[in-house]
Design a protein around this ligand. Structure first.
Ligand SMILES: Cc1cc2nc3c(=O)[nH]c(=O)nc-3n(C[C@H](O)[C@H](O)[C@H](O)COP(=O)(O)OP(=O)(O)OC[C@H]3O[C@@H](n4cnc5c(N)ncnc54)[C@H](O)[C@@H]3O)c2cc1C
Length: 387
């Protein structure tokens, strides 16, 4: 299916499609049903260097832009896989790259680029504060050459399949800062140094087989040099990475959207009911055509967000709108697809129900649709702040 978006990345897409073809639908279905991690697939992506796409060449990465990185994510989903198993590395790495010290970058980035280390996890969300991030309660208190961490996180992805994790914690009490976004700091933890040594991990079984966990910090001691950048500036560092994250998630949704449209239009042409293909009925055609139009429109916004990001132009508005439009479009395409498949849409063997569940996540995480609408209303349209 040729898309309308300007896209000169056929070679990149061909290479990814060749790799993805080694992991057919049955592979992803098996891991989806058993809720196990697709280790071999992620290994193959890592070895081929795709997860180091955005690491500069001086550190051993490919030095590609967000546009190319987003195509990696899109193709994984478009080929029937789920980039949610590995997308964290693409955007978490940016925090280290932009704000880490020279020593931290030299220590970690080459090993992340070669695949010897994975930086797949970022711990921000907390059970009692949720979206209200600046109120988070996990604290890191400086004691000599160490910080002592106490608190709890929830929904933290891929901890069992990562070597490193970014942690956001409060280093100055909320009552002592001028602005609530101040006093939060980012740390880069080596997971084998902390799991069972002050940080406990409890998996959360969930609807999408996305590996997520609760984390409990009980007087966890971490070296002071795990701090990234300046103490107290961590919230800004996390915000810095969000435009890339939004665009990458938009690309995954677009991959899902095209996958649903492909499946639905093919099945509608093949399935015979009342002596003719169901796709001959406009009641079947129109929802698929409408969903396709919306995926195409979201795709244009995604490429514009990536273009601006790569050109170092402001991209917040486009990245947020791309995520919103793409998540809505993939969900609409998922609905059209499952309806087209009728009862068979619910059978595991067609993968529609799995992809349907997987794409639903992006209405909620990593940022919910409401919060993007609130960003658009208040930051782009200048309406009064609601929180
Ligand atoms: C599978 C999965 C993986 C995840 N991975 C990670 C991870 O790796 N790291 C991490 O830190 N977090 C992760 N998260 C957490 C995710 O980012 C949050 O679930 C998400 O940001 C929403 O926060 P919440 O669940 O606390 O919802 P809440 O903040 O409790 O909000 C609940 C609902 O209310 C709405 N709402 C809240 N306030 C407002 C308002 N003022 N106006 C309008 N609507 C509002 C929200 O939009 C949402 O729909 C993951 C979540 C899931 C489900």
């Amino acid at each position: 299916m040729k898309t309308s978006a300007p896209d000169q990345h056929d070679d990149l897409r061909d290479a990814l499609r060749a790799l993805c073809a080694e992991f057919p639908a049955e592979y992803h279905r098996k891991h989806g049903a058993a809720e196990t991690y697709p280790e071999e697939f992620i290994d193959a992506l890592t070895k081929a260097g795709w997860l180091a796409a955005m690491i500069p060449e001086e550190f051993g990465g490919s030095g590609l832009g967000l546009t190319e990185a987003s195509i990696v994510m899109e193709e994984i989903n478009r080929c029937g896989g789920n980039a949610g198993h590995c997308h964290g590395q693409m955007y978490n790495m940016g925090t280290l790259l932009r704000h880490g010290s020279d020593e931290q970058k030299a220590r970690y980035l080459p090993k992340i680029a070669s695949g010897d280390l994975r930086l797949q996890s970022m711990a921000v969300t907390e059970p009692t504060t949720g979206t209200d991030t600046t109120k988070l309660k996990t604290t890191a208190v400086r004691k000599g050459d160490r910080y002592v961490v106490n608190g709890q996180k929830v929904w933290i992805s891929r901890v069992q399949h990562s070597d490193l994790m970014i942690l956001l914690a409060r280093t100055t009490p909320l009552a002592d800062v001028q602005r609530k976004s101040e006093g939060l700091s980012v740390f880069l933890l080596e997971l084998d140094q902390v799991i069972g040594k002050g940080m406990d991990v409890k998996p959360i079984p969930n609807m999408v087989g996305h590996e997520t966990n609760e984390l409990f910090f009980d007087d966890l001691e971490i070296p002071a040099d795990t701090l990234i950048g300046e103490e107290g500036k961590g919230f800004r560092y996390i915000l810095d990475g969000l435009n890339a994250e939004r665009a990458l998630i938009a690309a995954e949704c677009i991959g899902d959207g095209y996958w649903f449209v492909d499946q639905a239009s093919r099945y509608a042409g093949e399935r015979q009911v009342f002596g003719r293909p169901i796709g001959q009925n406009q009641g079947i055609q129109f929802p698929i055509a409408r969903a396709f139009a919306h995926v195409e429109a979201a795709n244009l916004m995604r490429f514009e967000a990536c273009r601006r990001f790569d050109a170092m132009e402001p991209s917040g508005a486009q990245a947020n709108m791309a995520k919103l439009l793409a998540a809505d479009a993939s969900w609409e395409a998922g609905n059209a697809c499952i309806q087209t498949f009728g009862g068979f849409g619910f059978a595991e063997e067609y993968d529609v129900e799995r992809k349907f569940r997987e794409t639903r996540l992006y209405q909620v995480a990593p940022i919910s649709t409401n919060l993007i609408l609130s960003y658009v209303a208040e930051h782009i349209l200048g309406m009064p702040r609601s929180f």
